[in-house]
Design a protein around this ligand. Structure first.
Ligand code: LIP
Length: 277
């Protein structure tokens, strides 16, 4: 059993005033920016961004690995009692764990499309306690702490007040982990309801945009935990509604994700078949 840091409660997860979480919050904000700067230096570098394919439509660049190594080393030095789960290096689940996607939107990054981010979440006893999504190309740091709201560069963000499907614009994520027919069925449902649908190829940033009111919802029929945990906290803390991802075992096996502004809840639940909490 991993020894808990003295101030994170052993049973109920994070509590509102929690010096251990305060330290992790401050550390995370600096770390997300440091990791993003490393990614952006590579992105802006003169050399072509070499990449290889992990599988169909699954890109991997040397920068993914370099950013994840930086983040893992910093976290293990600062919080050796915490676990680590990264997209590239994996990890072992533990009661307190950092969940990291070093570059979310790798397909964009590899083709020099400036729409990618670093996504880092801290999960304590089944609760997403901290989440950071940093878009270094636009210098936008989204951050949330459970129970304390969500911000972009320190300013509060809120989900949209959308009410009419014909004015709604949502994002539907895609990957080869789900049959294309299921993706197309969900897309058809969204369009039939009169809403517009985008796909930006970075689920973390897509979720952050819901929290920021730039998008009215994000859905994906299967997401990995490193792609979505920080974003799910952002949306909840910004007044949105989310699906029970962790409750359904998402940390261990991934699963469907839905995160919406309240006015888009019915539209997106019926189009995607994903239930909200
Ligand atoms: C991406 C996810 C996104 C999904 C993409 C891709 P990556 O992660 O954030 O939700 O739709 O297919 O998996 O591979 O860029 O870290």
């Amino acid at each position: 059993m991993t020894a808990l840091s003295p101030t994170l409660s052993a049973e109920s997860g994070p509590t509102p005033s929690d010096p251990g979480l305060d330290r992790r919050e401050a550390f995370l904000i600096d770390l997300a920016r440091e990791a993003g700067r490393l990614a952006q230096r590579a992105f802006s570098g003169a050399e072509t961004l070499a990449y290889r394919m992990k599988g169909p439509q699954d890109f991997l660049t040397v920068t993914d690995a370099a950013v994840e190594e930086l983040v893992q080393n910093r976290l293990q030095s600062a919080f050796p009692e915490d676990g680590f789960l990264g997209e590239e290096s994996g990890g072992v689940l533990s009661p307190q764990i950092w969940v990291v996607d070093p570059i979310d939107g790798t397909a964009n990054f590899a083709r020099r499309i400036p729409h990618y981010c670093v996504s880092i979440a801290f999960v304590s006893h089944g609760v997403i306690a901290l989440g950071a999504v940093f878009d270094p190309a636009h210098d936008e740091l989204y951050f949330a702490r459970q129970g304390r709201g969500a911000t972009r560069n320190g300013k509060p963000v809120r989900v949209s007040d959308v009410r009419d499907a014909h004015a709604a614009c949502v994002e539907l994520g895609w990957s080869t982990r789900v049959p294309n027919s299921d993706y197309l069925d969900a897309l058809a449902g969204i369009l039939k309801a009169g809403a517009n649908a985008r796909r930006g190829a970075t689920g973390a940033l897509g979720l952050a945009y819901v929290a920021d009111g730039r998008s009215d919802g994000y859905a994906e029929l299967h997401m990995q935990p490193w792609d979505c945990l920080a974003g799910l906290l952002l949306v909840e803390e910004a007044g949105g509604r989310v699906s029970p991802y962790l409750e359904n075992g998402g940390l261990a096996k991934g699963g469907p994700v839905l995160a919406v502004a309240p006015g888009a809840a019915d539209l997106m639940q019926s189009a995607t078949g994903i239930a909200l909490k």
